[in-house]
Design a protein around this ligand. Structure first.
Ligand SMILES: Nc1nc2c(ncn2[C@@H]2O[C@H](COP(=O)(O)OP(=O)(O)OP(=O)(O)O)[C@@H](O)[C@H]2O)c(=O)[nH]1
Ligand SMILES: [Mg+2]
Length: 327
């Protein structure tokens, strides 16, 4: 499996919360100043992109464990045929994982891929991601820093794949290729409960073959077998093998026999338990995103993706050539 683009770039070490917690201000690691605000909450931003109705809203609410977004935004039938422009909707949620406060921002992109002008949507998303880099670059080059500056860079983009069973569609390939050098793309299979166990296994395989064939740069849990500890290597291998994460979202809870609450989707023939790793990959995705790999996603964003943008931008300024628009 290719590790593009991360294996062709300087390796970013994988940091975990335990290691992160033990960091102190004497650390000489470049960029360690970014953790100073940990008490106020680590800023972590995720963007959700996928075709209409794939369950983005439900997923965000499931992820945040509360109703961050209105469950279903019902449009009126009279205006249903009208083209809805894609919008960027940020939602801020205060979270806490393992005693660490996370100032979590989810940016949803309703209207993406409505089939009318997808090319325009690709450009808008790249522009959004680059504008956040631009803000950081402007702040870094100021003589006097703004102590209230908020880092709005997007650390991960969750791309919702339609569970067709046939592999990636052109739209999926194009979007992921366009944004892959600006953000950590994490592919996920939306509504994976619509596939049987065998269909899901084959679909995952096909999606990864497409990602490989079309050289789509995704976040594939990079590790260095020689430098990283055994545990990290094993964990990353396992998560890489799960890609693309098969997820199921729900807004319903039922009481388990032991009195605990279970998040489920009920069907006439049975129920899907969202947090059951036998049923879907939601719990593993959530843990890696908000806990085990949060720091790594931030590190890669800063040390590799942003750094590349910065280098391109500054060298273009020197040569006088304008930077290619979302190449
Ligand atoms: N089978 C199944 N249905 C789901 C899942 N997640 C959400 N749904 C249902 O799919 C419908 C659309 O879900 P939303 O969360 O509103 O989807 P969305 O992507 O936010 O939709 P738009 O914002 O309109 O683009 C709702 O009826 C949900 O209950 C899932 O994992 N499996
Ligand atoms: Mg929605």
């Amino acid at each position: 499996m290719p590790i593009f683009p991360y294996n062709s770039l300087p390796k970013s070490p994988t940091f975990h919360f335990e290691k992160f917690q033990s960091y102190n201000s004497h650390q000489t690691r470049p960029g360690s100043h970014r953790w100073k605000n940990a008490k106020k909450g680590l800023q972590f931003t995720v963007m959700t992109v996928g075709c209409p109705g794939l369950g983005r809203t439900t997923f965000i609410n499931t992820l945040c464990e509360k109703s961050v977004l209105p469950a279903v935004e019902v449009g009126s039938p009279e205006t249903a045929h009208e083209e809805q422009p894609m919008t960027f909707k940020p939602y801020n949620v205060e979270m806490e994982e393992d005693g660490i406060k996370i100032a979590f921002t989810v940016i949803d992109t309703p209207g993406f891929g409505n089939g009318v002008n997808n090319e325009e949507h690709f450009k808008q998303i790249v522009h959004y991601l680059e504008s956040r880099y631009e803000e950081t670059l402007a702040e870094e080059t100021r003589i006097k820093r703004n102590p209230k500056f908020k880092d709005n860079r997007v650390h991960a983009l969750l791309y919702f794949i339609t569970p067709t069973g046939h592999g990636l569609r052109e739209l999926d390939i194009k979007l992921m290729k366009r944004v892959g050098n600006r953000v950590n793309v994490i592919p996920i299979i939306a509504k994976s409960d619509s596939l049987t166990v065998n269909e899901l296994r084959d679909f995952k395989k096909r999606v990864m073959e497409d990602i490989d064939q079309f050289r789509i740069p995704i976040y594939n849990f990079p590790y260095d077998a020689e430098e990283d500890d055994e545990e990290t290597v094993e964990e990353n291998k396992e998560l890489r093998n799960l890609l693309p994460f098969a997820i199921v979202g729900c807004e319903e809870e039922v009481m388990h026999d032991d009195g605990s609450l279970l998040r489920v989707r009920n069907y006439p023939w049975g129920r899907v338990e969202i947090d059951n790793t036998e049923h879907c990959d939601f719990a593993r995705l959530r843990f890696m995103l908000l806990n085990s790999h949060l720091s790594d996603l931030k590190e890669i964003t800063h040390d590799i993706l942003y750094e590349n943008y910065r280098t391109e931008k500054l060298s273009d300024e020197q040569t006088g050539e304008p930077m290619a628009v979302d190449a």
